[in-house]
Design a protein around this ligand. Structure first.
Ligand SMILES: Nc1ncnc2c1ncn2[C@@H]1O[C@H](COP(=O)(O)OP(=O)(O)OP(=O)(O)O)[C@@H](O)[C@H]1O
Ligand SMILES: [Mg+2]
Length: 288
């Protein structure tokens, strides 16, 4: 699809001047249905926040959205988007059961408190699959997407902070990559290994894999931010590069005592503007 055949981007006027995103000439919104993978092997870089907040904004746009929690740690998408289920006996059927062939994709997809937004939950038991031989694991999530009875407009993976087989399975199922990172030396160093994984997965398994967006999480107005922004523009020449502002409301919303999607807990939080902009950019599609 040529860039000229897609609808015009949102103006970005709602974002402050210092936060203006970079939309390169080669930027192509992901094909529909949209399949996004939030990935970065540095812990705490904003993957779960981006996956959940973006998913909520897509759902508020009227899309049918599913978030896959592909992280065996607690505190990811399952924490934010508790599955609505009658099963009170501990872990309801979840991603692990589907990957082991013991539950269907429909059986592990749950509605959430957000209309139109569904979650495939995971618990610490998920780490089993990487330890066992688990044949076909790399194709397991793509299989789940393809074998869902009612397709979703948007599928989003919330990956854990590692580049193991589960992360590869996420990339295979959802090959439009979103990289959230903080403007710090640690996160920049981590990109080398990430780029190698993306490159190998693209060359050997999933040619359509593309880095769609790079998000500078909890961005502050500083010379360092500008330097990292420029470096990301150079390293990912076809990706949308933008900042996600720091917001105490994001931290509060994920507290155990609150645990609400950001738009429910703090509908007027400034950082929502950033995710709304990102959702609108990614939802652009071929003009009729
Ligand atoms: N824009 C933001 N403003 C303020 N706090 C934020 C923002 N984005 C993320 N955080 C906070 O930073 C912490 C890490 O964020 P998050 O859980 O999204 O990272 P992660 O990459 O998913 O981490 P992990 O690698 O452990 O899965 C959380 O406490 C979260 O609330
Ligand atoms: Mg996370």
């Amino acid at each position: 699809m040529s860039v000229s055949s897609i609808s015009p981007p949102p103006t970005g006027d709602e974002l402050p001047v210092w936060l203006q995103p970079r939309i390169p000439a080669g930027f192509a919104p992901p094909p529909h249905p949209i399949r996004l993978c939030c990935i970065m092997q540095k812990g705490g870089s904003g993957k779960s926040t981006a996956a959940v907040c973006l998913a909520c904004e897509f759902a508020l746009m009227g899309k049918r959205v599913r978030v896959w929690d592909v992280d065996a740690q607690l505190g990811g998408a399952t924490h934010w988007l508790a599955p609505l289920t009658e099963d009170r006996r501990g872990e309801p059927p979840n991603l692990l059961d589907m990957l082991k062939g013991e539950a269907s994709p429909d059986e592990v997809t749950y509605p959430t408190q957000v209309p139109g937004l569904y979650v495939v939950p995971s618990y610490t038991s998920l780490k089993q699959v990487e330890l066992e031989s688990s044949p076909g694991l790399e194709n397991g999530i793509e299989w789940g997407i393809d074998n869902t009875s009612e397709p979703f407009d948007v599928e989003i993976a919330d990956c854990g902070p590692s580049l193991g087989r589960l992360t590869i399975a996420s990339l295979v199922g959802m090959p439009n990559v979103i990289i959230p990172l903080k403007a710090s030396g640690f996160d920049l160093n981590a990109l080398t290994e990430l780029n190698r994984t993306l490159d190998l997965t693209q060359r050997r398994v999933k040619p359509e894999l593309a880095v769609t967006a790079v998000l500078l999480s909890e961005v502050l107005k500083s010379n360092l931010t500008q330097a990292v922004f420029d470096a990301m523009c150079a390293d990912y020449p076809n990706a949308l590069v933008m900042g996600i502002r720091q917001s105490v409301k994001v931290r509060e919303a994920s507290l155990d005592s609150i645990r609400k999607p950001l738009h429910v807990y703090a509908p007027d939080a400034t950082v929502r503007t950033d995710f709304q902009y990102l959702a609108r950019m990614l939802a652009r599609q071929a003009a009729a």
